[in-house]
Design a protein around this ligand. Structure first.
Ligand SMILES: [Zn+2]
Length: 71
């Protein structure tokens, strides 16, 4: 709990699909989805957790809930 504010996501291996990539955080189960739609500006990141999109302007913080559950 003491380290919570400084916890960073620990992204797993990148999984590649034709128009997107996915990386899951091993600490909190959040999934970062990198989407492509052609063109230099056609790229953006989305963040998902529990199959719901997290609407945000920056990377949501990592709550490390997997590590908390394992402790
Ligand atoms: Zn995380």
């Amino acid at each position: 709990m003491a380290r919570m504010s400084s916890t960073r996501h620990k992204w797993g291996d990148k999984v590649r699909f034709p128009l997107k990539t996915e990386q899951q955080c091993v600490r909190c189960d959040m999934v970062k989805v990198g989407r492509r739609q052609g063109g230099p500006a056609g790229y953006w990141d989305e963040f998902w957790r529990d199959e719901e999109r997290i609407h945000c302007t920056a990377t949501p913080p990592c709550d490390a809930r997997c590590e908390a559950a394992a402790a």
